[in-house]
Design a protein around this ligand. Sequence first.
Ligand SMILES: C[C@H](O)[C@H](O)[C@H]1CNC2=NC(N)=NC(=O)C2=N1
Length: 112
Amino acid sequence: MSQLSAQQCEACSVDAPRVTEDDIAEYRKEVPEWQIIERDGIMQLERTFTFKDFVQALDFTQRVGDIAEQADHHPAILTEYGKVTVTWWSHKIKGLHKNDFILAARTDEVAK
Ligand SMILES: C[C@H](O)[C@H](O)[C@H]1CNC2=NC(N)=NC(=O)C2=N1
């Protein structure tokens, strides 16, 4: 289990701090397959997972939904035949919080 995925998410509030460049450099060592993108001015973490068919993609989608509900922190999920794109960011702060990196690490774990 990676160090990040074992950490607890903080309850996210509107005044929660966004991650710094240093934070990103540290956290992304544990989630190297994730891209950091900017969409509508909002920094996001995104990764596409591939599967053999739609059923496998759907099963994974449910697993991601489960970890999101457990953490009360939710991604955008695009589920297609053979692939799922997961995007994490923190709505309240319109950017990236440590929670997003924690959930990305947990997403990697449920992809296996
Ligand atoms: C009321 C509820 O706890 C909040 O709206 C949660 C729900 N899930 C969330 N998910 C994400 N990614 N960001 C949030 O700010 C957020 N807020």
